[in-house]
Design a protein around this ligand. Structure first.
Ligand code: TYD
Ligand code: MG
Length: 467
């Protein structure tokens, strides 16, 4: 076979015969790497199953009528960690390929070792590691209290050898930690390169699709936050999970970015402890634990993450700037969203944010993408600017429009219920969010807001300085 050199973009898999500084397909810079591969003859190309691997190839598949009968029943196994089962859509599906990715040190190996314990009660699990020695893994397992007759460890980086060993052991689940350490001897590229990752992943996914083994691949994330390696990896697997969180804080969140067997809205929340990852069934309580009291710039909000309402605390700090251009910093909330809210407040309320540095933070290191936090962010910003504390039992939710109007968000009743459960007694909601049938818990005062002007009275000195 003839060897050929090409250049491949590590972000989007775009190929080019020569090196390019900027990828014409995805626009990223300096992402092209050299790859050597063997030119495949046209007849062999036909058998190349990379792209057809997503669906099992039956010999004589014919077009069928779309039918609701004979719906497939996914066989799922419980991993013993319900927060993880939740993001998977109700457990690990037999014959599925899952990609678990995250930054180094976030806790991927810890989580996978922990799920081995519960899975091994009914299944045989093979943990393939290319990163740690078997002794290191055993030490960690001991620390985490993970043991089981049916957990096997294999330190191997040759993907084909892994498969041939798995063929003898016949495990129900194979965990590959990590896909970047695996290599394929027939591929001429170096381990960790785009071609190698793709080749190795396809071997494991093929295994899942042919004999129903569930495969969990660990993927590293590069500094831009995307999975290091080809984007095609995300297309090849059934489920892509992202493990995120601030490494210095204990809070960890798993999000499904793609799931062929369930919703992608769910999140799983964990806390990293001395005994590994522990589930957080009630994230709001944890997020509100160290809440500052009676200080300006803080406002509680209620956002829906997956199916659950979660209460978070927004903190804003505005200080007169000493720089020619004021500083803006946002952690946990989209930077552009902050810019938009600041622009609305400056224009509609005449507050001079343009001569102030603004720092915004969501306590606990979580990230909020829902626009329902807008009004809370606006309240925190006004509160800090005027140095007036918001009452501690007040919470807001709702979207802010460019004219300063408060827009309705879905599931108002659930949000109110959760807020009341956690002790909030005054809840600011958009005017149109409530219907006549919306149930309001006893002792809760609902303040409806049509626009940003309606929330200003809540930020007057005489009302908040009641102590
Ligand atoms: P690890 O699972 O090795 O991360 P990854 O596989 O994603 O690279 O977890 C690494 C961090 O977790 C490590 O810095 C130590 C910490 N940790 C704990 O705090 N408690 C524990 O019980 C364990 C096992 C790890
Ligand atoms: Mg690891």
């Amino acid at each position: 076979m003839k060897q050929k050199k090409i250049y491949v973009c590590t972000e989007c898999d775009q190929q080019s015969p020569k090196w390019l500084g900027k990828c014409p397909s995805c626009g990223s810079w300096n992402t092209f790497v050299e790859e050597t591969f063997e030119e495949v003859s046209p007849s062999a190309k036909k058998e190349n199953t990379h792209r057809s691997m997503l669906v099992r190839n039956d010999e004589d598949s014919a077009p069928q009528k779309l039918s609701w009968d004979e719906l497939p029943e996914y066989i799922r196994s419980n991993t013993g960690i319900s927060e993880f089962d939740r993001v998977l859509g109700g457990g690990l599906v037999e014959g599925s390929a899952v990609l678990l990715s995250g930054e180094p040190g976030i806790g991927k190996s810890t989580l996978l070792l922990q799920i081995c314990a519960a899975l091994s009660k009914t299944k045989t699990v093979l943990y393939v590691t290319g990163e740690e020695s078997a002794a290191q893994l055993s030490m960690r397992a001991k620390r985490l209290g993970v043991q089981g007759e049916r957990i096997y460890v294999l330190t191997e980086t040759n993907a084909q050898k892994v498969i041939s060993k798995a063929e003898k052991l016949m495990p129900d689940i194979i965990i590959v930690d990590s896909i970047q350490t695996m290599y394929h001897v027939e591929s001429a590229s170096i381990p960790g390169s785009v071609t190698q990752i793709r080749e190795c992943a396809s071997i494991f996914i093929n295994k899942a699709k042919t004999d129903g083994t569930s495969v969990i691949l660990v993927g590293h994330v590069n500094k831009e936050g995307t999975i290091a390696g080809p984007k095609i990896l995300e297309h090849m697997v059934d489920t892509v999970l992202y493990f995120e969180g601030e490494r210095r804080q204990n809070f960890r969140i798993i999000r499904a970015m793609k799931n062929r067997f369930g919703s992608t809205n769910e999140i799983g929340v964990f806390e990293m402890t001395d005994m590994g990852l522990s589930e957080v069934r009630n994230p709001s309580e944890m997020l509100l634990a160290d809440r500052p009291q009676k200080t300006s710039g803080n406002c509680a909000v209620c956002v829906i993450e997956g199916t659950r309402p979660i209460i978070a605390e927004i903190q804003a700090l505005c200080t007169p700037t000493v720089y020619p251009a004021p500083r803006r910093m946002s952690t946990g909330i989209d930077f552009n969203r902050l810019a938009l809210i600041l622009a609305v407040l400056e224009k509609r309320l005449g507050l001079r944010y343009s001569s102030n540095d603004v720092y915004l933070n969501v306590i606990g290191g979580i990230r909020i993408d829902e626009t329902a936090s807008d009004i809370g962010v606006a309240m925190a910003l006004i509160s800090s600017m005027r140095d007036i504390a918001i009452s501690d039992d007040l919470l807001c939710f709702g979207e802010l429009g460019l004219s300063g109007e408060c827009r309705a968000v879905m599931r108002a009743e659930d949000r109110i219920k959760e807020s009341a459960r956690l002790g909030f007694r005054k809840i600011v909601v958009p005017y149109r969010a409530l219907t006549q049938s919306t149930k309001i818990p006893d002792g809760v005062e609902i303040i409806t807001a049509k626009s940003i002007f309606d929330i200003l009275p809540l930020l007057r000195k005489k009302e908040t300085k009641d102590d």
